[in-house]
Write a protein that binds this ligand. Structure first.
Ligand code: IPT
Length: 998
């Protein structure tokens, strides 16, 4: 039996019927009517052949209702199927341009009243801003046409099918179509009419389209106007009231460029917009223009003549309940949050967003790479055989996509680069897209990462290049071979500006090394920064059968093929909570740099063009994290790219505690995205007088013992600690394991391993092989003196000869209890270790340990290659808030460089701990959690963590770095933890009463 599918479903042509060519998404005063709202809806799991549902008098009373815009898989509680997540894989057979007969198809119907006065309209258009993936349209039973291109706008001329009064619109949407082969982005597949539907009355003599191309040069603004309209539409007037401009063009031939005096330029930092209207007798179009010139000069990307550094985010449209349905308030808040975290650029990965997003980007200020809706990544699975990018059959579809992309959004000053798409291999159709853009818009360069050899694009772009490779790209005269390039092609690429369209894969806990990438940008002008992968997690809010809410990822909806939690790789959790990595990012890219030099502070303004007149500078002094004094600093206005030096404030230095000076640059006045006082940059200076840690008092007179005794607040039975400060306690035991992060689970080859046996194998796998998660212990000896206890244990895992000797010495030093632990690995350990720590288990008893106060680095978690957001201070937190709710539970909560810690129960301080640095000055970190690393490692989602009756304190002599190996480079060698001997030395007391911190 032949396929049940109608031929148009596998048609590579982009659309049929009364489908119109693309034009700008404009704010015009012509009458329009939104068809958003409730529609009648019927879902079929395969395409019903009959199209009778489109008839005017079809009885849809038995159908359901669905809201438009929405994705049907996110409506109806599973009644309409479930979302599917794949990264590269196609969720259907690779059989282009065909798709399976099992093709969920949604039929939609609704009535609308056309106002009587619309009969004067010359034409009526029906506009769809986004439908996934292919749809066919009928009005009053008449077939109008079809269109594919999910995240692109499609307008149909429906004039002849409409009548005043009641009309019926019918739409059939197919989840899968030929278009699906071009829309294989790493995201959920979410079918349906998911953006606005609008009916628009076009008047006779209206302005079809307008493009105000702006520039800013030598202090002047330029507007080059393109009006698309019939001759009858003239005269057309352009007004820019703020500058007193009123320009009337009597005929199309009169339209000429305008030079505008006295304008301020537009930039991401100072998004100066001017209201403009373009109007004629029939309609008036309101626009907001910004004056800026984009230019490539040699290997520099310049805006208004100045080099740009992208501190960017890859932004998908995703929301835990709405999917890709746009919500302006949420989007605005999201963009404002980006601004608050020092983000200055957005790549619209990997398709055009809702058109309003660009209005917001213009207004709030972002450099935008606007990307076309195109990705054919799944052809990678078949070595790119049959890739549409190089097949003439798909050429029209490619050109249609880029036209719809550029035409819709061409008026936005925020868009500074067009991107052809993502991960679509390479080929002549991409080259044709680029040629079309070059012909249409000479004012913006073309980007496409997959053009490795630089044959048809203007900037050199890569994803996930390592720090080392990025540095080589930045270096003048480097002979290093560039990815997939001949030497000649490599040489050509090096003449272009470079950007990382994706880097710093932010999956789970990580990435590390943000600061290393950032340092390169300031060293090598060819490097223009990059775009973090990615802004937010794509979790979908759902519930367990028991009703517990959670954020679902791939596999949670029973998909046949899926890519698990690879869709949870944002700096923002699904519920809008910034992860510590976003704070790290903010600190790393802060646009003001502070350098301490003797009694002076150098302040460098790293911005593109804005000076520092919007900032105030504050200082603050703390002694052991306790506030002492603060004030404002007198700082002259620093121009972009310049520095100023000011004297440091004279501050009180403590003799018996640490003295820290903190400098903040804060907003002097509120903005559209933050309140006044919002911190944009911070630095700290350690002004402490050095005080050595008390020496270790050598113990003699050790004698064998049964190890049952009391030492101050500690009670031991059989050499084991059983009570501390009156509470039951187990441990300390050696803990070498951490619940693998997504980066620990990564197996990219980009690692520092010369041993072939372990290259390409994840660290998590190696740790399991070595049994770090299942260590056992054998007591070797127990000894005591009058005021001390010493135990030696050999720690090792089943079926392994590798071991660690742990010597613990408990002693009384005055009133205080001291614990010194010497950790010595045997030879033969080959891999990195996640941590070198000791773990105390603190059962709840009558008063659970539920909080901590500490002096050290905080307030958020930090790791050796992610320390820039952490500052030295005194912090408090509940145990709950010490952990981050990563979508897949994993290592979290480590606070570095601990000095003092108090474990609290309610408001009572139960146990005080002072942590000494080791003899090389290295300070330990701590983690306080309701779960052990082993428990966390077993959970796939937060709801899978078991109920807990114990708090677990781990004091780590060291932790392994984070890296970004989930998709990118491993931990930089300097931050990789190699098995080595370490010492942990703590003093403990109940309640108050510890001597001061060393
Ligand atoms: C890269 C994709 O461009 C992006 O969409 C996302 O999937 C990312 O990977 C990983 O999360 S492509 C990859 C082969 C580097």
């Amino acid at each position: 039996m032949p396929s049940q599918l109608p031929a148009y479903v596998s048609d590579t042509a982009p659309g049929r019927g009364a489908l119109r060519t693309a034009r700008s998404w404009l704010h015009s005063d012509v009458p329009s009517h939104s068809l958003n709202g409730m529609w009648r809806f019927r879902l079929s799991q395969t395409i019903p052949v009959a199209e009778d549902f489109a008839a005017e008098d079809f009885d849809d009373s038995g159908w359901d209702s669905i809201s438009v815009p929405s994705h049907w898989v996110l409506q109806g509680d599973g009644a309409y199927g479930r979302p599917i997540y794949t990264n590269v894989q196609f969720p259907f057979p690779i059989d282009p341009p065909h798709v399976p007969d099992e093709n969920p198809t949604g039929d939609y119907r609704r009535h609308f009243d056309m106002p009587a006065d619309w009969s004067e309209a010359e034409r009526v258009l029906l506009r769809f801003d986004g439908v996934e993936s292919l749809f066919k349209l009928w009005v009053n039973g008449e077939e109008i046409g079809s269109a594919g291109g999910s995240r692109l706008a499609h307008e149909f001329d429906v004039t002849s099918s409409l009548r005043p009064g009641d009309n019926v619109v019918a739409v059939r949407v197919h989840q899968w179509s030929a278009a699906s082969y071009l829309e294989d982005q790493d995201q959920w597949w979410l079918p349906g009419i998911f953006r606005d539907v609008t009916v628009i009355a076009r008047p006779a003599g209206g302005i079809e389209d307008v493009w105000l191309r702006t520039g800013f040069e030598n202090g002047y603004g330029q507007i080059e106007t393109e009006v698309t309209a019939d001759a009858a539409a003239f005269p057309v007037t352009l007004r820019l009231p703020e500058l007193g401009i009123q320009q009337v063009w009597a005929t199309a031939a009169d339209v000429a460029p305008l030079d505008v005096d006295g304008v301020e330029p537009w930039s991401a930092e100072q998004p100066r917009l001017y209201d403009v209207t373009v109007s004629n007798a029939a309609e008036s179009i309101a626009m907001r223009v910004g004056f800026r010139t984009v230019e490539i000069r040699g290997d520099q990307f310049l805006i208004n003549g100045r080099r740009v550094v992208f501190h960017g985010m890859n932004r998908h449209e995703t929301h835990p309940e709405r999917g890709r349905v746009f919500d302006e308030e949420h989007a605005r808040e999201d963009l404002a949050r980006m601004k608050r975290f020092n983000v200055n650029a957005i790549r619209t990965s990997h398709y055009p967003p809702h058109p309003r997003l660009l209005d917001l980007a213009d207004e709030l200020g972002f450099w935008v790479i606007l990307e076309c809706d195109l990705e054919t990544h799944g052809f990678d699975e078949v070595d790119w055989v049959g890739n549409p990018s190089d097949d003439p059959m798909w050429r029209d579809a490619y050109l249609d996509r880029i036209r719809r992309t550029v035409e819709r959004d061409k008026n936005h000053p925020s868009i500074v680069i067009w991107s052809l798409g993502n991960e679509a291999g390479t080929g002549s159709n991409l080259a044709a897209m680029s040629a079309w853009v070059h012909a249409r818009d000479a004012g913006r360069p073309v980007h496409y990462e997959g053009d490795h050899a630089g044959e048809y694009t203007d900037v050199y772009s890569r994803m996930y290049a390592s720090v080392l490779e990025t540095e080589q790209i930045g270096t003048e005269g480097s002979r290093s071979k560039l990815l997939n390039c001949t030497p000649a092609q490599g040489a050509r690429q090096r003449t272009k500006p470079f950007l990382l369209c994706e880097y710093a894969h932010a999956m789970g806990n990580g990435p590390g090394a943000l600061d290393q990438y950032e340092a390169l940008v300031h060293e090598y002008p060819r490097l223009h920064g990059g775009f973090v992968w990615e802004w937010r997690d794509h979790g979908i809010l759902t519930t367990t059968p028991e009703g517990t809410p959670y954020y679902a990822y791939g596999g949670d909806f029973g998909e046949v093929v899926h890519d698990g939690n690879f869709v949870m790789d944002g700096m923002l959790l699904s519920n809008d909570v910034p992860t510590p990595s976003l704070h790290e990012y903010k600190a790393v890219v802060q646009p003001v740099r502070f350098t301490f030099d003797g009694d002076e502070l150098a302040i460098t303004n790293l911005r593109h063009s804005a000076d520092t007149s919007d900032l105030r500078f504050r200082w603050r002094v703390e002694h052991d994290g306790t506030f002492v004094d603060s004030g404002d600093m007198e700082v002259p206005v620093v121009a972009a790219g310049s520095s100023a030096r000011v004297p440091l404030p004279r501050i009180p230095v403590s003799q018996d505690s640490e003295t820290w000076l903190t400098i903040d640059a804060v907003l002097a006045a509120g903005t559209a995205w933050a309140r006044d006082g919002h911190v944009i940059a911070t630095a700290q200076l350690d002004r402490s007088t050095r005080r050595p840690a008390p020496g270790v008092r050598p113990q003699t007179n050790w004698r064998q013992s049964d190890g049952t005794l009391t030492l101050g607040i500690a009670e031991f039975i059989d050499g084991s600690l059983v009570r501390l400060a009156g509470r039951a306690v187990a441990g300390p035991r050696l803990e070498l394991f951490r619940a693998p992060t997504d980066n620990d689970e990564g197996a990219s080859e980009d690692v520092d391993e010369s041993d072939a046996a372990i290259a390409g194998v994840s660290n998590a796998e190696l740790w399991h092989r070595d049994g770090l998660d299942r260590l056992t212990s054998r007591r070797v000896s127990v000894e005591r003196t009058a005021k001390a206890l010493r135990t030696i244990a050999r720690v090792s895992a089943a079926n392994s000869a590798l071991s660690v000797i742990v010597e613990s010495v408990w002693s009384l030093e005055g009133d205080e209890l001291e614990l010194r632990v010497e950790i010595e690995p045997s030879s033969g350990w080959l891999t990195v270790w996640p941590r070198i720590g000791i773990r105390f288990d603190l059962p709840d008893g009558a008063a659970p340990i539920d909080g901590a106060e500490w002096f050290g680095l905080g307030p958020l978690e930090s790791y050796p290659d992610s320390l820039r957001a952490a500052r030295t201070g005194r912090f408090t937190s509940t145990v709950r808030d010490l952990s981050v709710d990563y979508a897949r539970p994993q290592e979290t909560g480590h606070r570095s460089q601990l000095r003092q810690l108090a474990l609290t129960s309610g408001s009572t301080k139960v146990l005080h701990i002072v942590a000494f640095p080791d003899t090389r000055g290295r300070r330990p970190g701590f983690t306080l959690s309701r779960h052990t690393p082993q428990q966390i490692a077993r959970a796939g989602h937060p709801f899978e963590l078991p109920d807990s009756t114990t708090s677990h304190l781990i004091v780590d002599a060291a932790q392994h770095g984070l890296g970004s190996r989930a998709c990118g480079p491993d931990v930089w060698p300097e931050f990789a933890l190699r098995p080595e001997s370490r010492t942990i030395r703590l003093r403990m007391a109940a309640g108050r009463g510890l001597s001061r911190n060393p």
